[in-house]
Design a protein around this ligand. Structure first.
Ligand code: HEM
Length: 471
């Protein structure tokens, strides 16, 4: 209780740097695990408000690393620690020598299948006394990277030889399982892998404005202020345009033929044939556990848009949608709470209803839906080109069925766009909006038809495993 009060006093003194939205505030403090993975949220104030950082408070190491802000958006508040302190020398040494390609041109432990043996010499570090959020983030990143590498090392070797993944290790030793931590260190270390990571980061670098204009949209709806609402949607659309433009650079920054070379190590253990019985985390749980692997589905930008425009509640009631909700549990606590806040507020205020009350607002609302469509459409193209073209492995890194899950969401946004398009009274549109709406609707019709055909064809090719959905 004392700690709780201290925390509240400390937070109060920081409040001048935290923007209080017109809505209530959450205040949370995260533990090592709580800051990242499926988490219990700890709320210290009423559950209807949200604190958004006004600046990223880079030097404050007591606040969680992941806090939604106007400047940092969904990126961490602070630069991650590149190297671990001396106390973790053995772990740092192991990780430096782990990648398949070392910076000096030699092959690292993973290139020769020596990681499993090397892990035996790793001390079991006690990380329970660490409060510095920056160090906690670095440890979380490093231990989860090591976990994936250790569990999937045999699959990588098998895949390189036989183009089949075989089985992963099913027991994670105590010295990793107990002090478990997070990812973002390169495994294969190729330019395509760096490009792949960079494109994600470059996109999220625009998310501060996404947060800003999303909250402005909510505020304008609450105030029933048409001019402010249209402005917020216009800015949101500009921001999403930039994000989508960054995404398009993936084609040149990361060669599609290289993707499968570094993909193995981002696979999870949930709904993955390599881990039919899950993984026993020694000293943590005797019962095998199943976790999703690394995936863009853990990113917060598209869920923020889905929630704001009330697309989430329009997704079909099926196991694929349940899986999307399951993915949403894999987020830093503060992101998760922010997304829940946006969803609840948008439904309560009825953002969509306010938009379709006015033809020109509807055009702007539709333009923003079109940004979600553009994202998902390009993304589906990535998946066909980088993955489906090169492997018959039935599930993606996050454990979703490869040919049905993404189209579940892409199909929904297309369908919803048609429905919103039908509500527009063309006579009330400005000439400029008439052109925009026409273009959008024509594209939606043709993409809907193509997507249906593609999914039918791919379902036949991949067979019944695509109906297996594990939530
Ligand atoms: C070559 C590039 C990419 C490929 C091959 C790819 C592939 C995939 C696949 C197969 C999934 C299904 C989920 C799973 O892992 O089980 C997924 C989900 C997702 N990915 Fe990517 N991805 C790529 C780039 C990106 C980028 C740059 C972002 C940007 C943040 C991103 C964001 C997402 C999102 C938001 C989802 C959830 C899908 C949805 O909500 O409909 N992906 N990705």
């Amino acid at each position: 209780m004392q700690g709780l009060i201290k925390e509240m006093v400390r937070n109060a003194s920081r409040n001048h740097r935290i923007h209080r939205t017109k809505f209530d505030l959450f205040r949370n403090k995260s533990t090592l695990m709580g800051a990242f993975a499926p988490s219990r949220s700890r709320m210290y104030a009423q559950p209807h408000d949200f604190n958004i950082l006004r600046d990223d408070m880079e030097h404050d190491t007591s606040l969680p690393t992941f806090m939604v802000g106007y400047k940092n958006g969904f990126l961490p508040r602070q630069e991650p620690l590149a190297r671990l302190p001396e106390r973790f020398y053995a772990l740092e040494y192991l990780l430096q020598n782990m990648p398949i390609h070392l910076p000096n041109g030699e092959g690292g432990l993973l290139s020769k299948g020596q990681l499993g043996e090397a892990v035996k010499d790793l001390p079991q570090y006690d990380v329970s006394d660490i409060n510095d959020q920056r160090l906690l983030s670095a440890l979380f990143r490093d231990y989860t990277f090591l976990t994936s590498a250790y569990l999937l090392e045999p699959c990588d070797i098998m895949y390189r030889e036989k183009k089949d993944y075989g089985l992963g290790r099913s027991v994670l030793p105590k010295n990793i399982a107990i002090p478990l931590a997070t990812l973002v260190r390169a495994f294969a270390g190729t330019p395509s892998e760096h490009g792949f990571i960079l494109v994600h980061v470059a996109m999220v670098a625009h998310s501060g404005n996404l947060v800003k204009h999303a909250t402005e949209t909510l505020e304008a709806t609450q105030e029933q202020d048409r001019v402010k609402f249209n402005n917020a949607l216009k800015h949101l659309n500009d921001t999403m345009t930039l994000i989508n433009q960054e995404m398009d650079t993936m084609w040149e920054r990361s060669n599609s033929m290289d993707y499968l070379k570094f993909r193995t190590f981002i696979m999870g253990s949930k709904n993955q044939p390599m881990f039919p019985n899950g993984v026993v985390y020694e000293g943590v749980s005797e019962k095998p556990l199943f976790y999703r692997g690394e995936s863009g589905a853990n990113d917060s930008m598209i869920p923020c848009m889905d929630n704001l425009l009330q697309i989430t509640s329009k997704l079909p009631n099926n196991p694929l949608t349940e899986m999307l909700k399951d993915f949403r549990r894999y987020r830093p606590t503060n992101h998760k709470e922010f997304l829940e806040f946006v969803q609840k507020k948008a439904e309560e205020l009825n953002v969509r209803g306010f938009a379709i009350h006015d033809a020109n607002s509807t055009a702007l609302y539709l333009a923003n839906m079109d940004q979600i469509r553009a994202f998902r459409h390009r993304h589906w193209n990535f998946t066909k080109e980088y993955i489906i073209k090169n492997t018959m492995h039935p599930v993606a890194t996050g454990g979703s069925p490869i040919v049905t899950w993404l189209p579940n969401q892409l199909g929904t946004i297309l369908d919803q766009m048609s429905k919103v398009g039908q509500t527009i009274n063309y006579n009330e549109l400005t000439p400029e909006n008439k052109i925009i709406v026409d273009e959008i609707i024509n594209r939606v019709d043709s993409q809907e038809r193509v997507l249906k055909r593609e999914v039918e064809f791919l379902k036949q090719k991949f067979g019944s495993n695509q109906d297996r959905v594990v939530v």
